[in-house]
Structure formats: C-alpha cells, structure tokens
Design a protein around this ligand. Structure first.
Ligand SMILES: Cc1cc2nc3c(=O)[nH]c(=O)nc-3n(C[C@H](O)[C@H](O)[C@H](O)COP(=O)(O)OP(=O)(O)OC[C@H]3O[C@@H](n4cnc5c(N)ncnc54)[C@H](O)[C@@H]3O)c2cc1C
Length: 257
C-alpha cells in the first residue's frame, strides 16, 4: 500500500435537502467539477484496488450514489467514466472508489498502472438518487464483482452509524481471492463463489437457494432490494428476487456494463 498524508480539505456542511433523520446532501454542489487529490491506493484483489481521494468542498453523498470522473491528458484529450462511491457519507471531505482493472481499459488502466498519490483528477457528483439508500428502510443488497462497491457504502454506513434497520448482503465473486472487501464482511454477508471456494463451501452461480431464504425472511414492511453488477448479473439476480416473491417495484438496479 502506498500512502501520503494530506491535510483535510475544507468540508462544506450539507445545505440543501435532508433525507429524514439521516444524511443531508448538497443539491447545486453536485453539478460542479471538483479537484480530487489521490492520497492512498489500497489493493483489494489481484484485479481491483481502492483509490482514496481528498475532495475539498465535497458536499457529501448517500450510500449507493455514484459520480462522474474526468481525466484530462496534457494534449487536452478527455475521458469520463461513472464510478460508484465505496466510502460511507461520514468520511468528511474524502471519497473512496474501487476500480476493477478492465482489459485494455482507458481509465481503469490509467488508475491501475500510472496513478500515484498526489495525482489529481476531477469529479462531479453525487449522482443518482434512485440507487441511494438513506439508511431508513430494511435493505437486501445483491451484487457481483465490482457491483459490490455501492453496496459496501451502504454496509459501512449501517455500521458506522450503528443502525438497527435490517440489512443483508449477498455478494458473488469468482473465488475468495476475487472477493472485494473480503476482510470487512460480517454476519450480514453471504458470499457466493462461482469458480472456486474454500473446502466445504459450494461452488456455483447465485441461485434460488441463496435468494429465496433471504426474501422469505423479510422484516415487517418488506425489503427494499438493491442489485448491482453487469447487465447479465443484474437480470439474473432480479429474476431470482421476483421468483422468490420480492415485489418488482421494490427492486432497484444499477448496471455497470
Ligand atoms: C453507474 C456506474 C457505476 C460504475 N461504478 C463502477 C465501480 O464502482 N467500479 C468499477 O470498476 N467500474 C464501475 N463502473 C464501470 C466504469 O464506468 C467503466 O466502464 C470501467 O471502469 C471501464 O472503463 P475503462 O475506461 O477502463 O474501459 P474502456 O476503455 O471504456 O473499455 C475498454 C474495453 O473494455 C470493455 N468494458 C468497458 N467497461 C467494462 C466493464 N465494466 N466490464 C467489462 N468490460 C468492460 C469495453 O467494451 C472495451 O472493449 C460503473 C459504471 C456505471 C455506469
């Protein structure tokens, strides 16, 4: 792990609107590009790493939201991509992103091979209120690969605020080495391994056997389900949820593909 220490940037207190009893997020602030300085790079798996940024003026976000990231080359060439925010909202003036290295990928390739602490990029956000979880309703989180990133922001928020509202995470990875944030999971999480698993742990695609018991165990008022991953995974997981009895209008989907 490489680390440099930067002083905390000025944190602008939330001003615009508040989600009942929980977190407030600036409205106009989301439309401004801000300079984000890379402070720490943390390897998560052989193909994924977390990039921590100091973002002075960052107005805060809700767990589940994403941002737009802009890289500008010396010749003026610009590349923009969307990335989910992995860190919880209470990490004032800082955000963390976790990027999978995509084969031949322009932006993820730059982060994984060139980026160093001290480098700057631009970010705009937070974006997408639809996939946000303010922490005020039971949440059933289903993700695969880097699709776990916005869900982890929810888990971290749940923990850091000591929330009692029920929360469960079902996360799929090829194997234990590819499981992002493996050391952070607790009793709320069930991992599903598709290619290889420790002795005694079944290997296979996420199935009704994983999803149905969680849906059946819904708390009073039911789950709000959040599904995140590739297009194929999002379709597969949402079909499993519906077949298990989860109402279609209570499934929120974020597709990375
Ligand atoms: C709302 C949203 C949130 C996202 N959050 C995250 C996140 O938290 N972490 C993360 O790692 N990614 C996330 N992504 C994906 C991210 O935006 C980029 O698509 C990804 O990093 C690839 O960009 P690149 O410039 O490296 O690859 P590009 O240069 O754009 O693509 C290179 C090649 O890889 C293919 N490709 C592009 N994206 C993918 C992919 N995701 N999987 C497989 N092949 C691909 C392309 O078709 C192309 O052939 C998110 C996408 C969306 C829409």
């Amino acid at each position: 792990m490489t680390e440099t220490t930067l002083g905390p940037g000025p944190f602008v207190p939330p001003t615009r609107f508040a989600v009942p009893g929980r977190i407030a997020v600036g409205g106009d602030a989301a439309s401004a590009w801000r300079t984000a300085t890379l402070t720490v790079i943390r390897r998560e798996t052989p193909h994924a790493a977390t990039f921590r940024f100091a973002v002075p003026g960052w107005a805060g976000h809700l767990p589940g939201q994403h941002l737009l990231l802009r890289l500008t080359a010396r010749d003026g060439y610009v590349a923009q991509r969307h990335y989910s925010i992995a860190s919880p909202p209470d990490d004032a003036g800082h955000i963390e992103l976790t990027l999978d290295r995509v084969e031949g990928g322009e932006v993820s390739g730059w982060f994984h091979t060139v980026a160093r602490p001290g480098d700057t990029v631009e970010v705009r956000g937070p974006l997408s209120g639809f996939f946000a979880w303010p922490g005020n309703r039971p949440a059933l989180l289903v993700g695969a690969g880097s699709g776990v990133v916005p869900l982890m922001s929810m888990v971290r928020h749940h923990r850091s605020r000591g929330l009692r509202v029920p929360l469960r995470l079902l996360v799929s990875a090829r194997g234990p080495r590819e499981l992002i944030y493996a050391d952070e999971y607790g009793a709320e999480t069930t991992p599903v391994f598709t290619r290889g698993a420790p002795a005694g742990v079944p290997v296979g695609r996420m199935s009704a056997a994983h999803v149905a018991p969680l849906v059946a165990d819904a708390p009073p008022g039911g789950w709000e389900a959040y599904v995140c991953g590739s297009n194929g995974f999002a379709e597969h997981a949402s079909r499993l949820l519906v077949e298990a009895g989860q109402p279609v209008d209570r499934i929120r989907i974020e597709r990375f593909g």
